[in-house]
Design a protein around this ligand. Sequence first.
Ligand code: ATP
Length: 235
Amino acid sequence: MLSIKDLNVSYGAVHAIHNASLEVKDGEIVSLIGANGAGKTTILHTVTGLKDAKSGTMTYDDLDLCTTDASKLIKYGICHVPEGRHIFRDMTVMENLEMGAYSKKKDKYDMGKNIEKVFERFPRLKERYKQLAGTLSGGEQQMLAMGRALMGEPKILLLDEPSMGLSPILVKEIFSIIKYCHEIGITILLVEQNAKMALSIADRAYVLETGNITISGKASDLFEDDRIRKAYLGQ
Ligand code: ATP
């Protein structure tokens, strides 16, 4: 289980996250929704060690995330798919996928089988396996970022705005990939501005407003919440 308690994060004088607490139990999809600048990315960056917490605790099972180096997380099954994808633009699709397995011990890891599984789920990547990643479309880059994450055989995926900048049809495709990841047993923490999609896929959700978690609960209940309908669902 991922557990964050009383987290405070600052950028100099800007207090970006205020006493935030959230949990993601094994097997859940949990969405964190909020407007631009609410602090969603800051929470993910702090969980993954890219930003230091000012105070609070963060654990994944017995692992103390406050003291774990970002580069070690994948060894513990934690994989961050950052906003903007951060694929290796000058490498091919295949090379990017291979990079996703960098933490695996060669003698215990079946690279071919994992690549085959990714290609089965992402036929577009298979068709383009020799293409330079920087020349892929936005949606294909997001698929590559997720395919590369799967190569590391994660237990939990931390997804930052996977639908950002994509057309409605590709947003649907990305969400069906998230469902697939869940079906194969991966726990998901999904950070999204697209509240409708994020709530439709999640078991539970949290709403972040200017660094404070203001609402949380079962996603199906939040869909019916008037505050959320007005502020995030445009109803
Ligand atoms: P978006 O959906 O637009 O990506 P977000 O909810 O992910 O927004 P964050 O990027 O976490 O929000 O930003 C939270 C707050 O922290 C904002 O007020 C932002 O301006 C501020 N912030 C983020 N990064 C920095 C930084 N490197 N230096 C100073 N302030 C920052």
